[in-house]
Design a protein around this ligand. Structure first.
Ligand code: EPZ
Length: 430
């Protein structure tokens, strides 16, 4: 199993460019499966979750070609089955978007129960309730979900809880269902808007994405034929902004949408981090010797502070002066990585869904695990901020969501290697 080795303690300096949004891309790939013509998707991030999602499409019969620059040529017209039979669907959460897409296309769908990062129970009851209201009966047996509808139609759906996945799945399905669908209490994340914009550019009629009421007029035919570019990844951008502050560096993060970063930049401003914002970039820096102050964070659905930046933000709070609090309101069990941070010298107490972080603490290198994608990113950031050598093991989850992580971090001065690089260097020295 590969590891990252980080020789930390150096401020990061320079410019770094953000890739396309993983979570938008996962939805867009599934949404492309409802189309009645070919399309071109640009700015597709090159990460393993996306490779899996594209492979699942190929197995359904879609024609998928990926250029060297990440542009995807996608043709769903050859999709011939409503059944996902590739076991890799179990490895990624977002494979559940194929339920909505295949239901819209065939009036039936069969898929594995989804997997993904493990931070507590991850139910899909809201997805199923919505599909049920639209006329599809669900059957869960032997690790599979089967959905079947005689008359798949639009409906008025109220989500009892804000859910990114349920909003996206129902929106994709409704784009081709008979009649009008209204989704109330919808999630407003940038990737929801991006999937709606993608579908609209291919002929769908979706209004209100980005607000909590989305209205969709189902279309019998979605002609496609357009080219669409995926938005930059809000969470990748935030990870690098936090890396700059946690190492007391000076980094310009390019190719981001500043509006999407406001939930983070408001908090960074509060603790004393300096920022300058341009059209599609934010420069993040601290003055030499500057102390940052403690504060409280609470994770929430967008436009609240994103849960997917919570572990990275906790690393930054370890370097701030005073007692900070991090409330995790989205996932029941997303503080598992705290034990690893404690091994690096962090002073953190977790009580149910709040972490109390006493700082500043000088972090020191240790051997720590990438327990999930964002916890792994937090370990890398902690390694960059710590003095000495940190080994982050089980890095496969990190490779699911960060394109060229090592190359990008090295370009701003990080001393980071993957274990295979370490062996290569050792061989060269011999
Ligand atoms: C998406 O997961 C993201 N994944 C997650 O990012 C992210 O943490 C999460 O949204 C919240 O922002 C993808 O986009 C692929 P939810 P999702 O449905 O859609 C409860 C990453 O690191 N809920 O918004 O699965 C649920 O238990 C990943 O990139 C129900 O109760 O999240 C949770 O408490 C990890 N019933 C809350 O809603 C349901 O049917 C929010 O979940 C669905 C969800």
């Amino acid at each position: 199993m590969a590891s990252y080795y980080i020789n930390g303690g150096n401020p990061l300096h320079g410019e770094i460019t953000v890739s396309g949004s993983k979570n938008a891309a996962l939805g867009i790939i599934a949404a492309a499966c409802v189309l009645d013509g070919p399309c071109v998707i640009e700015n597709m991030p090159h990460v393993s979750d996306i490779e899996t999602q594209l492979e699942l499409c190929r197995n359904l019969g879609a024609k998928v070609e990926v250029d060297a620059d990440g542009t995807v040529h996608f043709d769903a017209t050859s999709i011939y089955t409503h059944e996902i039979t590739d076991e890799r669907a179990r490895n990624i959460r977002a494979s559940y978007y194929f339920l909505g897409a295949l239901l819209a296309r065939f009036g039936k769908a069969r898929n594995y129960l989804p997997g993904g990062c493990n931070f507590g129970t991850r139910p899909i009851d809201l997805h199923l309730k919505g599909f049920n209201a639209m006329g599809a009966a669900a059957n869960l047996a032997h690790g599979f979900i089967t959905l079947e509808a005689d008359d798949f139609h639009g409906e008025h759906i109220f989500l009892d809880k804000v859910s990114v996945g349920a909003t996206m799945n129902l929106m994709i399905a409704a784009s081709k269902a008979k009649g009008r669908t209204t989704i109330e209490n919808a999630a407003r994340e940038p990737h929801i808007v991006d999937v709606a914009n993608f579908l609209n550019s291919m002929g769908a009629k979706i209004r209100g994405a980005g607000t909590d009421v989305i209205r969709i007029e189902g279309r019998e035919v979605l002609p496609a034929g357009s080219t669409y570019a995926i938005i930059p990844d809000q969470i990748e951008a935030g990870t690098y902004m936090i890396a700059a502050a946690a190492t007391r560096g000076d980094v310009t993060v390019r190719n981001l949408i500043p509006k999407h970063m406001e939930p983070l930049s408001a908090k960074m401003d509060e603790i004393g981090v300096h920022m300058e914002t341009g059209d599609d970039w934010i420069r993040v820096w601290t003055e030499p010797g500057q102390e940052l102050s403690a504060t409280s964070f609470r994770t929430m659905a967008y436009p609240g502070f994103p849960t997917d930046l919570q572990p990275q933000a906790v690393v930054l709070l370890c370097t701030c002066t005073g007692m900070s609090k991090m409330y995790e309101d989205v996932w029941a069990s997303r503080f598992q990585y705290v034990d690893d941070l404690k091994q690096m010298g962090a002073d953190i107490t977790v009580a149910d869904r709040v972490a109390l972080i006493q700082g500043p603490r000088s972090l020191t290198g240790a051997m720590v695990q990438a327990r999930d994608l964002r916890a792994g990113a937090a370990m890398v950031l902690a390694g960059l901020a710590a003095t000495g050598m940190t080994e982050v093991f089980d890095i496969h989850s990190l490779e699911r969501g960060y394109e060229d992580l090592i190359l990008k971090l090295r370009s701003i001065g990080a001393d980071i290697r993957k274990s295979s690089d370490v062996y290569e260097n050792a061989e060269r020295e011999l």
